[in-house]
Every structure is written in C-alpha cells, then in structure tokens.
Design a protein around this ligand. Structure first.
Ligand code: GLN
Length: 447
C-alpha cells in the first residue's frame, strides 16, 4: 500500500484519482496482514484496488465526476464493493472518470481530464480513464471500471492494460451510479488475465438487489486458466478495409491474423451488415436511458442544490443547469427528445429493433465462430482537447466497442504492443454470452 501511495503522489499530475483513501488503506492493509498471518484471509488478500468514482462505497464520497454529486457520501456499498472487501481487497481510492461515465476520453469530468502516462499530451481514454491510468502507472494492483459502450475496454487499450466487460447480467449493478441500465456492466482493469479472472469471479453472481442478473453459478475462472486448442475466429473485414481505421491499428490486427493462421487457428473475414447502425443505435438507446436515470438529480434528493433557487421549479432548473456539464446536458436533451411522444417510434422504438437485429446477428456469428476479433478502437490515444471540438467524432470512435454492449456479450481488450510513437494499441475479442472462461483462456495467446 505504501508503495502504491508513493506512486500515486509521484503521478498526481496525471489526475487519475478523485480521492485517495490514504490513512484508511494503510489501516486496512494492517488488518489484512493480520488475517494473512492467522490464516483467515480471503482470496484477494493484499490486492490493492482502485475503484471508478461511480461505484458506491459506504461512508465514502462518490461523485461520478460531476459537480451535481460533488460532496455526496454513499449511505450503502455497492454489491461489488462488498464482495471485494469480503475477500480482503484493499480499496485505495476512487478514480476520475467522465461525468456520469459519458464520454470516451475522460474529458467530460468536472475534475478535468486524466493524462495518459505513455504521452501526457494524450487522453487516457474513457470513461474509466482514471482507473486505466491508475493501473498503467502502477498506482494500484488493479482497478474496477464500468463499461456501458466501451468504457473499460477503450481506456484499457489506450493505456496498454487489460480491460474486461463481462456478459450483461454477470455482475451486479447495485450501487453503481446508473448511466444506461440495459448496458452498464462493471469490469476489471488489470495487468494479467489471471487477475481479471480472479476479480470477475469475486464480483460476479446472483444478487437480490439486481433483478437483471443471471442466476447461473459463477465458475472459478482463475482456477481454470489453461491453454486452449485450435479456434475459429471471425474478424470484421471493415476493420482492415475502412479508411477510418489508423494504419498501425490495421497492421497489428493483420499481424495477429497471420500469426493465428500460422499457428493453425481458422481466421475468417466477415462482413457485418449492421455496422453503420451500431453507433446510432447505441447512442439513441444509451441517451434515452440516461435521460431517465438522471431525472433523479433534482436538487432535492442528492447532492448539489443551487444557492439561487427560491421555489420548486427553480430548484430543479438551476440545480440541474449549474450541476450538470455540457456533455451530460446534451445527452439528457437528446435522450428526452427520442423518448418524446412525437419521436418515440421513429427513434427509440426503431433503435430497439435495430438492437435486437444486432444481437441476433452477433449471436449467429458467435454460434459459427468461437470469437470475433476487432481492434478495440480505430485509433490510439488522441490529443487532449480533440473531443471538445467535435463530440460526433468521439461517438464514432466507439464503433468497435458498442457491438458487444448492444449484444450483451462479453468482450476483452488486450494490449498488443505500441505504435511507432510509443502509444499502446489494443485488440478486442468478443465471445458468446457467459463464455468468459474461454475468452480469458484464449486471451493468453495475445500476451
Ligand atoms: N464512449 C461511450 C459513451 O460515451 C461509452 C461510455 C461508457 O461505456 N460508459 O457513451
């Protein structure tokens, strides 16, 4: 813990943490140490973990990196925090993220952007940017993020670490600040596949507080990380043919396709007909759900209340106007629009149908192949300030991550080296629903 606290201090300028639980983590380390000595310690004893600042931890502040929740203290812990603590993890702090997890560069945070350690002029990725940099810069052993449309996988890929989004329904969302409830999943950001497996098995499994969870038993993933046989892999041919994908990202994908083939795996290009609809369907649905989820921040129930409010209407209006940032407001407005009576069928209902189609098509591919292989993002970490200029460009860069989110299947981003400028590159594998074990096992091939 001391070592990580030193690293956190040394790298404070990266802005990865919203708060460090310094004294508390030292005390917890001492307690865990006692339990290790008397043989009663849990599976995660000694594992120092940072959590994204949209995960509730009783008695600790949780802000979702928003002014509207600044100074808000959780009155209960999320299920995943309880499970991590029950296995003797030591939580060292809460990490910066995009405001309410809305973004892909950690630039919408009220507390400012997180810098990428590989190049401090570049973004960390988002929305779990602080969590990814915390692992990248060795400020913790592993971190927990949330992934709605890529927010664990994309920052992991920008920072050269592993990011796993479990199957929707695998990990409890109880106590996670909701963004888009039919997509949100908690996932680990780690340096090794073994750690990802261990954290997943601790966090996953049925929970009375989240009715969307699958009831099936959680395998002991970490005990079964083993070499796999020959696999059938599909890759999206657009990832190589599209001019929108960075040349060095294509190169690393091609390199792995060749290597996989040389090693006897079957690798087949496929066309994904709905490719152009992935980003629009995701954003319509995610914004619709967000506009509904964020209705609870009314200046009364939680957090910030405008000092200039003088009646109920102005309490709502001013607290929300002053409390939310630009990107969150944009999404609330667009989300409200697509849900409004005159446009519901044209946008929201249509996007639901498209989602169904995407899920069916993805399942079909995954019935035929073991995995889908794609880049995690079309380009490596970009310059800080770019997202501000054009949000649509950032939305489009989610093209490869939102498929797994729309389909609900598990996906992992794996670090596969750096480009010529020293920026990390990531490749992503998608697997069948609840097939995390195979996904983790095959991930070892890339590392
Ligand atoms: N970049 C995507 C968005 O802005 C994904 C965010 C996330 O997964 N939380 O919605």
């Amino acid at each position: 813990v001391k070592n990580y606290l030193d690293q956190i201090k040394k790298n404070a300028h990266l802005n990865a943490f919203n708060e460090v639980f310094e004294q508390e983590s030292l005390i917890n380390a001492k307690n865990v140490d006692d339990r290790i000595k008397n043989g009663t310690a849990g599976k995660l004893a000694g594992m120092v973990i940072a959590i994204k600042d949209n995960i509730c931890y009783k008695g600790h502040q949780v802000s979702a990196s928003s002014k509207i929740l600044k100074d808000f203290t959780s009155i209960y812990s999320s299920t995943i925090v309880e499970r991590l603590l029950a296995e003797d993890a030591i939580i060292i702090g809460r990490c910066n993220c995009d405001e309410f997890a809305m973004g892909g560069a950690n630039e919408t945070s009220y507390f400012g952007p997180v810098k990428n350690m590989a190049d401090e002029t570049k973004v960390s990725g988002g929305s779990s940017g602080g969590s990814a940099v915390a692992v990248q810069a060795n400020m913790c052993h592993a971190a927990i993020g949330t992934d709605t449309g890529g927010s664990v996988r994309q920052p992991a890929s920008f920072c050269g670490v592993i990011g796993l989004k479990p199957t929707y329904g695998r990990v409890s969302r109880h106590g996670i600040i909701a963004f888009a409830s039919s997509f949100d999943q908690v996932g680990p950001i780690t340096r090794s596949v073994e750690d990802a497996a261990l954290l997943l098995e601790v966090m996953a499994g049925p929970d009375d507080y989240d009715s969307t969870l699958a009831q099936q038993e959680v395998p002991a993933f970490s005990a079964h990380i083993e070499k796999t046989g020959k696999k059938k892999i599909a890759y999206l041919q657009e990832a190589i043919s599209s001019p929108g994908v960075d040349a060095e990202v294509k190169d690393v994908l091609v390199k792995y396709i060749d290597k996989l083939r040389a090693d006897g795996h079957t690798v087949t290009p496929i066309a994904f007909e709905q490719l152009d609809y992935l980003v629009p369907a995701y954003y319509i649905l995610a914004m619709a759900e967000a506009s509904s989820n964020l209705a609870r921040y009314d200046g009364v129930h939680y957090g910030y209340r405008s000092p200039s409010a003088d009646d109920l209407q102005s309490t709502y209006k001013r607290s929300r106007s002053e409390g939310f940032g630009k990107e969150v407001k944009r999404r609330i407005m667009l989300g409200t629009f697509v849900l409004s009576a005159g446009y519901y069928d044209a946008y929201y209902a249509k996007a639901q149908k498209v989602r169904r189609l995407i899920r069916e098509k993805t399942d079909q591919i995954l019935n035929e192949y073991d995995f889908i292989l794609v880049p995690t993002a079309p380009e490596p970490a970009f310059a800080i300030g770019k997202e501000e200029k054009d949000p649509v460009v950032t939305y489009l860069s989610d093209i490869f991550t939102v498929q797994a989110s729309l389909a609900g299947v598990p996906a992992i981003s794996l670090p596969v080296g750096n480009n010529s400028k020293g920026l990390p590159l990531g490749l992503q594998l998608l697997a069948k629903h609840f097939n995390e074990q195979e996904l983790l096992n095959f991930s070892k091939y890339f590392l």
